[in-house]
Design a protein around this ligand. Structure first.
Ligand code: BG6
Length: 485
């Protein structure tokens, strides 16, 4: 038996609108950049097409049809005992073009119904305001986050939903994994700019990609301002609101004790984790940012009011996604391994998932302690889980001991983290119901306790069935984390 978690600890899971809802053009919803991505695989990248081609399959267009199944799905999550459910509001369901005069009532009603349903089951919604779902029109008109105009469009969207769901939603998250922008991944899509080419592959860490650090950090600066404005608005609309920033937590280890590796690791943590956390939690850029920007040749356009906006929009708590740790070397390794957006040297002490993501529960304890030592704000894990290729047996059962093992180990280390003195509010697994994979667009990379009968081409009955892990997680929650065996 494990030691029980503190009373009131939030247990649950997290998804996004784009990976669950489908119904991409129903009831007035407009296209978002994520609707332009075809399905790929571990071996073949997803393709971003400028025009949406009716002859190709775009997973977000149908996803798991959560738009029609959400009541059934929430009932199953409630059966597991969820006390928290994280999803995103699709910006283009509310403002189909990003800058419409009036919000789309049907979109607002859809989420109202969903959040009321959560409350009915005693589930606290935690709502992501931006999970990469930029309106395509905002990409075209303003170059996404490169344009300063996007800040106010986002702030307006936030104000509308804060007012609409006042009293219904209390936990908000401004930007999913805001620190992605610090990593050199496909630049145009990352900053929300419509690419010039008709088609581009989505390759994480593509060595052929021309990086543009100035664009990335300028776009990031705009997201910081947008996030700070959202925090201030949320507090103004309802002082009960609690708003978090979010990073994908980089638990980076030096590959060797070579001091050059130690320094390279420190610098990667500063640039990858702490820059974003410092701005969102402390309300200003850290002193190391000058040298970081000088080295990268970054020169930011700061508006006069930006310092004040940042200092007045500090988040209430910090949330993280965590899947894997990473090894850093001052020499570029011959062979790089990936995690979610991570690239690094292979750690000889750890194994990896079928998709090559390193499995390291202790890394979660390590990074939560690091963040606690530095910030002393409440922390929450809002994504963690194992993507695996589950098999449905002839009797309909799905045996997923690897998932139970992965999540169980992470929960065990989380309990240690609390005893280490970390103020941890909750733990949400990623994709408690199978959803579309963000990196590959596959359906077969499954994270759920609930199996959804949809394949990589979007075909299937969409029926839901419980995997073995369903009853296991139910037992974990019922025992408040004590019974994880
Ligand atoms: C996180 C994203 O980076 O990783 C999610 O916030 C994503 O959207 C999750 O789904 C898992 O990644 P993947 O590629 O396995 O779906």
């Amino acid at each position: 038996m494990n030691k029980a978690f503190p009373k009131g600890f939030l247990w649950g899971g997290a998804v996004t609108a784009q990976q669950t809802e489908g119904a991409w053009n129903l009831d007035g919803r407009g296209p978002a950049l994520t609707d332009h991505l075809t399905a790929g695989s571990y071996q073949a990248p997803r393709i971003f097409t400028k025009k949406i081609d009716p002859n190709r399959y775009y997973p977000s267009h149908s996803a798991i049809d959560g738009y029609h199944y959400y009541k059934d799905d929430l009932a199953m999550l409630a059966e597991m005992g969820f006390s928290c459910y994280r999803t995103s509001i699709s910006w283009t369901r509310i403002f189909p073009n990003g800058d419409d005069k009036e919000p789309n009532r049907k979109g607002l009603d859809f989420y109202r119904d969903m959040f009321e349903e959560c409350k009915k089951h005693g589930i606290e919604p935690l709502v992501t305001l931006y999970h990469g779902e930029l309106p395509s029109q905002t990409a075209i008109k303003h170059n996404g986050w490169l344009g300063r105009e996007t800040i106010d469009l986002y702030a307006r969207f936030c104000e509308v939903v804060f007012k609409e769901y006042k009293g219904l939603v209390k936990y908000w998250l401004t930007f999913n994994e805001i620190n992605c922008m610090t990593l050199p991944v496909s630049v145009d899509l990352l900053v929300g700019k419509m690419p010039e080419a008709d088609e581009i592959p989505l390759i994480i860490g593509d060595p052929k990609m021309k990086d543009d650090p100035n664009a990335r950090f300028q776009a990031l600066h705009h997201q910081f301002i947008a996030s700070a404005k959202a925090v201030a608005l949320a507090h103004k609309v309802d002082p009960e609101n609690k708003v978090c920033g979010m990073i994908t937590a980089l638990a980076n280890y030096p590959l060797t004790p070579n001091p050059d590796d130690i320094l390279a690791t420190q610098q990667s943590m500063q640039a990858g984790n702490y820059l974003c956390c410092d701005v969102m939690i402390r309300g200003k850029y850290p002193s190391f940012s000058k040298r970081l920007f000088d080295n990268l040749g970054v020169s930011l356009n700061f508006a006069e009011e930006d310092e004040k906006i940042l200092s007045e929009g500090k988040v209430d708590f910090l949330s993280i996604s965590y899947y894997a740790s990473n090894c850093v070397s001052h020499i570029k390794p011959d062979k790089q391994v990936t995690g979610n957006l991570l690239m690094g040297a292979k750690n000889p002490f750890l194994t990896a998932s079928e998709w090559g993501w390193t499995i390291d529960p202790k890394g979660l304890r390590y990074i939560l302690n690091e963040l606690n030592d530095r910030y002393q704000v409440p922390l929450m894990v809002v994504e963690n889980g194992l993507g695996a290729n589950d098999v449905v047996e002839s009797d309909g059962s799905v045996h997923d001991p690897y998932r139970i093992d992965y999540i169980g180990q992470h929960i065990r280390d989380l309990r240690e983290t609390i005893d280490d003195g970390v103020d941890l509010w909750g733990y949400l697994t990623w994709g408690p119901i199978d959803i579309i994979s963000a990196s590959t667009g596959e359906m077969k990379k499954r994270y759920g306790f609930i199996y959804v009968d949809v394949d990589n081409e979007g075909k299937g009955t969409f029926a839901r069935r419980k995997k073995d892990s369903f009853d296991w997680y139910k037992k974990v929650i019922a025992s408040n984390g004590a019974d994880i065996d």
